[in-house]
Write a protein of this length. Structure first.
Lengths: 1014, 438
């Protein structure tokens, strides 16, 4: 502790604290314009000058470290005069047009001008930069208001890591610029708007905010972003029923003030005219027609008597003309889903009463005729915990089946299985905020900067602070720009690298023997299994130099920092004493404190036919190096959707009840049954997403209820999915838009989006946070929990259950549902809405006074001892061959989310990236005769899509990348569903064999083939 | 003076050639240091000699080297050859005329701080100088003075030249490091000082060209010999750049502590136009102007401060009786306005306004309060800036008026400016040779 005196008060502060930080922490206000608590001090504005006794000149408090005994004065006549001078200089080229300024009331310069009484400049006012730039739909740049505090430049560099802008010019003519002053879109900008967030004046403003009211006229509401699983806190400023802008806020426990482009600018989908506003029923369900030969009702051709709503983009269209027009790919044996862009059956708006009645009747009939297991449900990772809880309860308690799953199956089920086997708990072990303090970060199979941008900010911050970043990925993902080591294995061969790293760690004696002895089991078998996998073997198989693997192993195992004081570069001199550095600590690894290393991974690891094994391998590495159970360590699966963690926690999985209580565990099952006022619950695990589709076609599942999911774009082998959904007797889809899946439904229910309801989301670090409504739900749409509740109520009656059963479904609030969750879910036992204001709670939180558990496995693993697993080497199920010589890998891009239902209806996001593309290596492009921006056909054994080519070396030669957001070019037509991970049942989205060709070449090829046949 | 130490090429023709330099005992000191001395021994000699930095601040070089944190490697040696101070052209003559002396000094110093690499950051306008230097470096590599495993030892040394892009601020050591790293040339917050966190966040020593040129003679002849030159607190020799209204402008190598009068009258031959000396700028544009009455001040670090200025880079610019001080002030302020990096408010905005007001004063459209306004602006800048450049910029506002207020007042009262500064100092102020070659 360092003691100093500020304005006569004595404070004890941590060493290294700056005077400004010390003052602010103690509510002493020092004026400042270029300071930001998350940025390295710049010292440029000179407003934070203070007087220090014994030093003649005033000192900038932002860069002044608290020395012992420092005596500081923050107020004096001299300082006031001096600050007035500086503000005067600021306003000498900053127009004080406060009356018409959108920042009025929230402007830092205005505040200080007011405080120091500067109403106009003493100089002849002159504008240094009259530039106004409006070159993107997200924000405007008005340089006349810029005070060159540099915060935007620094946030872009230090937090976001994009480095899109820098100050150009010198002196008075300095201005913030993109390279060569080009438009934002040509720079490295990722449109996260962090610059807008930190701008103290009106120089950077969200476009949506312009002339939309003064700050004090806006209403503010804080909630959690509904896109990815990071769970950022967002503050919405609204006026009337209109969102004016969104911003981050400091108190947000995960993201602070920073957001990504989707969170900050991607909210306008909520007020898109395509929103579903009333329940819809297929016309033929209301006026039954004689069934056709195949037993399916016929779509009617009668002129509608009431208002007819067709299913596809009737009021506005998204993403341009349907792809059917753009060119339907053809080719032998190739089929594509016909839903996309095709006008399907007519829907008729009905009352809620009528819609619910139809649903209850149909579901009850199916249960009665075919049994409970003939019904299956898909819950939603985008709905709240409360909603997921009710949905699975509906299936288990009311319908009586475990056939409930959701898209977590398709993203992280192998994490849940793998980490469950190794540690006993299948979630991120450490909080996101821990990452910034890590010494070494290992990222594999995660395009963090695009899929979890705000987590990538943590990574960038850590590297700026001197951490090592090791990336193992077949794609050159954007974070590689910040990496110390980049290991680029051939797709599917990363398993060798992980095994070889373990080999090196053991060989070099870097293993944490105490940890292994005290906290783990199964080590011997594991040790034996990696004996043969030398870095040389791994190098041969993966194409990554052995030396890089060794370096990665060392950095990870020892938690080495890039900026660690190191004798490695000590020059060899003639002087013997100087060359001898054997005494230096690093030479003797036993004697140094191990740094903290963390592993981050995502779908590149899990969406594999050996996903569980890969996860186990990462768990092995962590235990081997003792890099788990401490701050800034652990094995951290980054989860994809806002509440995917919560949906799993709530038991929207076929094999577990809420809180991962296996349905096969009679005691736990019966305890839950009792809480639900039942004797027992179905004990047989249900079927998973992909299995559901197979079961439908096998005639075992007759009816499905889909809440907020779009398997018609997200599941593998879409042609198959479509066949299955079409074969259903009854399909209910509850969504906010007429998704591709909804178009196949019999009843479509309009749901409220995350901006229109309350409840809780559990983010990827297990933090349960409150969601609050920002807007009223449009039309007759209702929050999903209310819909599910009403379905439950009606269904109980139709199934002839007791009246109390129906009454039990009348939940009055999400708070009441959460209280019920706490009763049946041990890990949520202490989680109630009233405890969640502020930072939320991290589960396990078993009791009402438990503070939550940010770090798992600290003293012991959830399963007791951590378990090493000897993992065999398995390669991807489908390997390239002569017909399909390339490897396809799929994923997300920054500007879109999942199947694009929301993001493609966001004007700005769609502007930035309006169509899909295939990333193709220059060599492969040349081989296939493809040019950048030209069309291409990508074909696998299961289907074909037409897309645009983007020639880039982000992908290695022999691999192409497609994102799966695009209904016009659905990547999942190509992916395989024949070989799933045997334990997690996850499909291998990340590797399948394809070929790519230009449409012209394909047509010629067909002709040639035809000629041969003839 | 009998024999030049730094400007030795004036005594021995062709000293810029490797063979001539070697014949003069060149590179032998370096070889001896690497093969026979420990790095610490070299540091000790330099410290004992009391060598002070010649880049401007005059900080003791050996002491600076001692600030390097123990056991943190790699370390870097960075040579400041950005020589951008108006009226300064000493480093250029050393590098062009006696390149091997400079390189050998740099090599010895790099060895002394236990670094394997030296970067020479040279201003972009010195393109021809850089070429000469590169040739000398190539020769040194060919001769085995640079490269791997030198003289059969484990020690290796590489030298690289990096050209600046035309910014005065890049002479400031931390801005220089930013520029060298490929960042925008703006000063960094200190502390941490470069010796602890410098180039690529590693311990780094930055020294001026002339500073390093002193190292070989010191190591060769010893600290005691060096201390026989100059004064007790400012030992050694220094190159004084003489320009402005002077008959014989140029570089003069003299022991520190020589009186200004000797430099101007004996060596420079008095003013060019034969008038009396009116004012002296002892360190280009950056140090306070002193009136002719200070002519007997000794040119060393301490005495110059006592006289109300600083020695800085010792570039003496002379103004004669007819030269207009307001015009000189404008010219200097214009320089700083042009060179302000824009990072901090007072310097960025203040220099702009100061220039405008001084322009008014000079072109006769000024009013009486303008003179005071210049002082006010100077006070708004002074003591608030991020780096010394902003402080430097206030000297030509404050001290010109302090010593020659009447001239300013005469100007605003409608009297014609007597003579334009530019006319009085025809083209001799800045060396323009390299500019033309660019
Ligand atoms: C604005 C400014 C410009 C400077 N320009 C130079 C320069 O051109 N050359 C130089 O050697 N030092 C220059 N310096 C001084 C350097 O910052 C630094 O003190 C010097 O390189 C240290 O070397 P020395 O200890 O050998 O003198 C400048 C300093 C400032 C503040
Ligand atoms: S004083 Fe400020 S603006 Fe001027 S050069 Fe230094 S840092 Fe840049």
């Amino acid at each position: 502790m360092t003691t100093l005196t500020i304005d006569g008060q004595v404070f004890d502060v941590a060493p290294g604290t700056t005077v400004l930080e010390a003052a602010l922490a103690n509510r002493i206000d020092i004026p400042r314009l270029c300071y930001h608590p998350d940025l390295v001090p710049s010292g440029g504005c000179r407003l934070c000058l203070v007087e220090v006794e014994g030093r003649p000149n005033p000192q900038a408090s932002c860069g002044l470290k608290c020395d012992e005994g420092l005596v500081v004065h923050t107020q004096s006549d001299r300082l006031t005069a001096l600050r007035r001078d500086i503000i005067d200089l600021f306003v000498s080229d900053h127009p004080l047009r406060c009356a018409v300024c959108d920042k009025n009331g929230a402007c830092d310069l205005q505040r200080y001008a007011y405080q120091y009484g500067i109403s106009e400049t003493a100089y002849d006012f002159e504008l240094s930069r009259p530039l106004f730039q409006e070159d993107n739909p997200f924000f405007v740049r008005d340089h006349q208001y810029c005070i060159l505090c540099n915060k935007c430049v620094r946030v872009c560099d230090e937090i976001v890591g994009a480095n899109a802008i820098e100050v150009a010019g010198r002196g008075f003519t300095s201005h913030v610029a993109t390279p060569f002053d080009g438009p934002m879109v040509d720079s490295a900008c990722v449109f996260c708007g962090s610059c807008v967030q930190v701008c103290p004046t009106a120089a950077l403003l969200p476009t949506s905010r312009l002339r939309k009211g003064r700050e004090w006229e806006l209403t503010r509401q804080r909630t959690i972003c509904g896109y990815c699983g990071v769970g950022c806190g967002v503050e919405f400023a609204t006026q009337g029923q209109q969102i004016i802008y969104a911003q981050g806020y400091r108190a947000a426990p995960v993201n602070g003030e920073f957001l990504c482009v989707k969170g900050r600018f991607g909210w306008d989908f909520a007020q898109h005219p395509d929103r579903l506003t009333q329940p819809l029923v297929r016309r033929d369900l209301l006026e039954p027609r004689p069934p056709t030969a195949d037993g399916r009702p016929l779509a009617t051709a009668t002129t509608p008597t009431e208002e007819t709503v067709t299913s596809d983009g009737q009021r506005s269209s998204v993403g341009g003309p349907p792809s059917a027009v753009r060119g339907r790919p053809s080719g032998p044996g190739v089929r594509r889903p016909s839903v996309v862009g095709r006008p399907s059956a007519d829907f008729v708006p009905v009352s809620w009463e009528q819609a619910l009645d139809i649903i209850a009747t149909k579901l009850a009939d199916t249960v009665k005729t075919h049994g409970s297991d003939a019904v299956a449900g898909l819950s939603s990772a985008r709905c709240t915990n409360e909603e997921n809880y009710l949905f699975q309860k509906l299936f288990r308690a009311t319908i009586g089946t475990n056939n409930v799953d959701h898209c977590a199956r398709l993203c992280h089920s192998s994490s849940v299985t793998g980490l469950g086997m190794a540690f006993g708990s299948g979630a991120m072990t450490n909080p996101i905020r821990d990452i910034r303090n890590a010494d070494c970060i290992l990222i594999t199979g995660s395009n963090t900067a695009e899929s979890h941008p705000v987590i990538s900010y943590e990574v960038v911050r850590a590297t700026k602070l001197g951490a090592n970043l090791v990336i193992i990925d077949p794609r050159r993902v954007p974070l590689v720009d910040h990496a110390t080591l980049f290991l680029q294995p051939k797709p599917g061969t990363d398993i060798y690298i992980f095994l070889a790293m373990a080999h090196v760690i053991l060989r070099e004696g870097w293993a944490d023997t105490a940890f292994i002895a005290g906290r783990t089991e199964g080590f011997e078998a594991f040790e034996y299994s990696v004996r043969e996998v030398t870095p040389q073997v791994a190098a041969l198989m993966s194409g990554v130099p052995a030396e890089l693997i060794e370096q990665a192993a060392r950095m990870y195992a020892l938690g080495q920092r890039a900026d660690a004081p190191s004798a490695d570069g000590r020059p060899q001199t003639a002087d013997g004493s100087q060359t001898d550095n054997t005494d230096y600590a690093l030479r003797n690894t036993q004697s140094i404190a191990r740094g903290h290393s963390t592993i981050l991974y995502a779908m590149g690891i899990t969406q594999r036919s050996n996903g569980t094994e890969l996860v186990l391998t990462l768990a092995n590495l962590a235990m081997l190096s003792g890099q788990i159970g401490k701050p800034s360590t652990g094995v951290n699966p980054l989860r994809g959707q806002s509440n995917v963690q919560g949906a799993c926690d709530m038991g929207a999985l076929p094999n577990v009840l809420p809180g991962y209580q296996p349905v096969t565990d009679a005691a736990k099952r019966q305890a839950v049954a009792q809480a639900w006022d039942l004797a027992d619950l179905p004990a047989q695990p249900g079927i998973t997403v992909v299995e559901m589709m197979h079961a439908v076609l096998a005639g075992k599942v007759k009816a499905m209820y889909v809440m907020g999911e779009n398997p018609m774009l997200s599941d593998p082998n879409l042609t198959h999915v479509e066949e299955a959904l079409r074969a259903l007797d009854f399909l209910v889809v509850q969504d906010i838009f007429m998704s591709e899946t909804a178009q196949l439904a019999h009843v479509v229910l309009p749901a409220a989006s995350y901006l229109e309801k309350d409840g809780t989301f559990t983010n990827t670090e297990r933090r349960v946070q409150m969601v609050a409504p920002v807007l009223p739900a449009p039309g007759q749409s209702l929050p999903d929990w209310q819909i599910v509740g009403q379905v439950g109520e009606k269904l109980e009656a139709k199934l002839g259950h007791a009246a109390e059963k129906a009454a039990a479904w009348r939940y009055t609030s999400t708070t009441a549902i959460m209280d019920e969750i706490a009763r049946v879910t041990p890990s949520y036992g202490g989680i109630h809405h009233h405890r969640l204001s502020g930072e939320g709670l991290t589960w396990p939180c078993p009791t009402d006074d438990h503070p939550g558990t940010p770090i798992l496995h600290t003293a012991k693993f959830t399963r007791g001892l951590g378990k090493f697993h000897a993992v065999p080497v398995n390669l991807p199920a489908e390997q390239p061959d002569a017909d399909f010589p390339l490897i396809l890998t799929t994923g997300r891009i920054l500007y879109h989310y999942h199947t694009g239902t929301m993001t493609r209806r966001s004007e700005g996001l769609n502007w930035r990236e309006s169509r899909g593309y295939a990333e193709v290596h220059p060599y492969d492009a040349e081989q296939a005769g493809l040019r950048d921006g030209g069309p291409a056909l990508v074909t696998s054994r299961r289907g074909q899509v037409r897309t645009q080519v983007r020639v880039t070396d982000r992908v290695p030669q022999g691999t192409i990348f497609l994102s799966f957001h695009w209904k016009e070019a659905p990547a999942n037509v190509l992916t395989q569903d024949f070989k799933l991970d045997p334990l997690a049942k996850i499909p291998e989205y990340k590797v399948c064999a394809v070929r790519i060709e230009s449409p012209k070449a394909a047509a010629q090829g067909k002709q040639a083939a035809g000629a041969v046949e003839a | 003076m009998a024999e030049h130490i730094l400007l030795h090429h004036r005594d021995i023709p062709g000293l810029d050639q490797m063979d001539v330099y070697e014949k003069d005992g060149g590179w032998a000191t370096y070889k001896r240091a690497v093969t026979e001395m420990t790095p610490q021994a070299v540091v000790d000699v330099v410290k004992a000699a009391g060598l002070r930095g010649r880049g401007g601040a005059g900080f003791p070089t050996g002491v600076k080297w001692g600030f390097l944190p123990k056991d943190v490697f790699p370390r870097y040696m960075v040579v400041n050859a950005d020589e951008s101070e108006p009226g300064t052209f000493k480093d250029r003559e050393i590098m062009e005329g006696n390149p091997h002396l400079f390189l050998e000094g740099t090599a010895i110093s790099t060895y002394a701080i236990q670094s394997n690499v030296a970067y020479i950051y040279i201003r972009g306008e010195y393109l021809s100088t850089a070429r000469i230097l590169q040739q000398a470096i190539d020769e040194a590599y060919a001769k085995g003075y640079l490269g791997k495993n030198l003289f059969g030892t484990q020690y290796s040394l590489d030298m690289y030249i990096h050209l600046g892009a035309g910014a005065y601020i890049c002479g400031e050591e931390t801005a220089l490091l930013n520029s060298l790293e490929g960042l925008r040339g703006q000063p960094r917050l200190k502390p941490p000082f470069p010796a602890a966190v410098g180039l690529y966040s590693k311990p780094t020593i930055i020294n001026n060209v002339e500073t390093l040129a002193n190292v070989r003679p010191i190591v060769e002849r010893g600290a005691e010999w060096y201390k026989t030159l100059g004064t007790e607190k400012s030992p050694g020799v220094k190159i004084f750049c003489l320009s402005g209204n002077i008959k014989r402008p140029g570089n003069y190598e003299l022991p520190l502590g020589t009186p200004i009068r000797y430099l101007i009258e004996e060596l420079g031959g008095g003013t060019y136009d034969g008038t009396a000396v009116k004012a002296i700028l002892p360190a280009g544009a950056s140090a306070p102007m002193i009136p002719a009455s200070a002519m007997d001040t000794r040119m060393d670090y301490e005495a110059m401060v006592t006289a109300g200025s600083t020695l800085g880079s010792a570039s003496f610019i002379i103004l004669g009786e007819h030269d207009s001080v307001p015009a000189a002030a404008l010219k200097m302020v214009r320089f700083f306005k042009h060179e302000s990096c824009g990072k901090c408010t007072p310097c960025r905005e203040g220099t702009y306004w100061a220039q405008k007001v001084l322009e008014r004063i000079n072109d006769g459209t000024g009013v009486v309060p303008d003179v005071e306004l210049v002082e006010t602006i100077a006070n708004q800048i002074a003591g608030k800036c991020f780096c010394p450049l902003g402080e430097f910029a206030t000297s030509p506002m404050i001290y010109t008026i302090k010593h020659f207020r009447s001239e300013f007042e005469a100007q605003v009262q409608g009297s014609r400016p007597r003579r334009n500064w530019r006319e009085a100092v025809p083209q001799r102020l800045e060396p323009t040779l390299a500019m033309r070659e660019l």
